[in-house]
Design a protein around this ligand. Structure first.
Ligand code: PLZ
Length: 441
């Protein structure tokens, strides 16, 4: 089913049918499960979401960076339809099926590093991160884990402990897992002006050496571009310096590329932007399977093999339909054109957002790479976080048929994660709506 690639405002937002559904929802769905935009989506294609009232939204969020290849990408749909009619489940650890192996062949060929690699598949990003922790601990015989300020790694008990922000992810849900240490991140917009990546890495390393001890650390986890934290791009040299320190100290370097990976930033992985940065393990999820739940840990064969047989698994991890979708996504990425498109989208977004910044002192920073760009909003003339402006802009865009997402430790970031299938025309139209909203503030 295709949907015309057009923004349509058929009713007020939310429309009457969505309002009715929202009433039903409130009766039976836990209050803990929130909603950013209370319209019920019926169909989607490319860059457009169509709701039950006939409104059509330009999607600049892709379900938080999931349908990178576009909604209902034809080859993903066909792969899933074929697979679902053939085989839906055996459990790979009970009796295997070929697409699980194929998706591993494809992904190991494209994660950073020229060394021999292996993979294991799971359902969610958090599950991939947890498994990377297990593997790193088994491989090193050590227990401690380092993460960074502003990081996000998931909602399970262990990953909740790895997040920077307590609220809303952890409030009241403790006790949290131990052996997790939070080190200072490189945040160029808010660090001392001129601080280099190497200096920011030295600050983190000193902290970890003193507070934890290099010999105690099993792994350092970092998002090469932080997602929920507000698309913070560390200063050049930060990742590489940390990586060299990890390698010198027998610590497993893990890049959490759940949000930044799979062509999102204009390369296969955001790690690829920093020359010489070769994480030992990479966690992948979101964009890898075009909307089907699939995640994985990919990395150095000898580290991946440290886990004993039966030590990794899960009933649904790498299920036949999910891996079939993964193969369809990765084969299309291999065919080419997508990285270039992601970079073009990044240029269009950066050019337009920088022009808006020139006229609007509340846009403190425009940052990111490829189709992963954000603006950080502040009170004019200061760096004081301006979350009210973000709320107002998000509301304006939603009311006008453009789905945008907020982010950031201080809730003062708007992030853009458009599908790579979006046209320049639709992207410009969405940015026009944003610009109108800015003018109204
Ligand atoms: N690591 C870097 O971005 C998921 C969270 C959505 P799961 N980010 C979106 C929400 O509100 O729950 C994420 C991430 C990074 C890990 C995860 C976790 O991935 O698939 O949500 O478990």
């Amino acid at each position: 089913m295709t949907v015309e690639q057009k923004r349509i405002l058929a009713t007020s937002i939310p429309g009457p049918i969505s309002i009715q559904m929202q009433e039903r929802r409130t009766k039976v769905i836990s209050a803990g499960v929130g909603t950013l935009l209370p319209v019920f989506i019926d169909t989607a294609h490319g860059a457009i979401l169509r709701d039950v009232d006939g409104n059509q939204f330009i999607d600049l969020g892709t379900g938080i960076g999931v349908v990178t290849i576009g909604h209902t990408n034809q080859r993903v749909v066909e792969a899933v339809q074929n697979q679902v009619a053939k085989l839906t489940h055996t459990l790979f650890t009970v009796a295997p099926y070929e697409p699980y192996v194929r998706v591993a062949e494809l992904i190991t060929a494209h994660t950073p590093g020229s060394f021999a690699k292996k993979a294991a598949f799971f359902n969610s990003g958090a599950e991939a991160v947890e498994n990377a922790v297990k593997i790193a601990r088994k491989a090193t015989g050590r227990t401690e884990i380092a993460v960074f300020d502003h990081a996000y790694h998931g909602r399970t008990n262990l990953t909740m402990s790895m997040n920077f922000k307590m609220h809303p992810y952890g409030t009241g849900f403790g006790p949290l897992a131990g052996s997790v240490h939070h080190a200072p991140m490189s945040y160029p917009y808010r660090d001392e002006p001129g601080m280099t990546g190497e200096e920011a890495a030295a600050r983190a390393i000193t902290y970890l050496e003193k507070r934890v001890g290099a010999t105690q650390l099993a792994a350092v986890f970092i998002e090469p571009i932080q997602g929920e934290g507000g698309f913070i791009v560390p200063a050049p040299g930060f990742l590489k310096t940390l990586d060299s320190w990890c390698k010198a100290n027998g610590i497993v370097m893990v890049a959490d590329e759940v949000q930044s990976g799979i062509a999102r930033t204009g390369k296969w992985f955001a790690s690829d932007w920093e020359e010489g940065f070769e994480p030992d393990l990479v966690t992948v999820a979101k964009g890898i399977a075009g909307g089907l739940p699939l995640s994985g840990v990919v990395g150095r064969a000898e580290i991946m093999d440290a886990a004993h047989a039966g030590g990794l698994g899960g009933t649904f991890g790498g299920s036949p339909t999910a891996v079939a979708a993964g193969v369809a996504v990765l084969e299309q990425l291999e065919e080419g054109g997508w990285m270039e498109r992601s970079q073009e989208i990044g240029e269009l977004l950066t050019t337009r957002l920088s022009a808006m910044q020139a006229n609007n002192p509340i846009i403190g920073d425009v940052r990111g790479r490829g189709a992963m760009i954000a603006i950080e909003l502040v009170e004019a003339g200061t760096k004081k976080p301006n979350s009210q402006a973000v709320d107002a802009l998000v509301r304006h865009c939603h009311q006008n048929g453009v789905l945008i997402l907020n982010a950031g430790t201080y809730n003062n970031v708007i992030r853009f994660l458009p599908p790579l299938a979006i046209s320049d025309e639709l992207l410009n139209e969405a940015l026009d709506v944003l610009e109108e909203g800015l003018a109204k503030l």
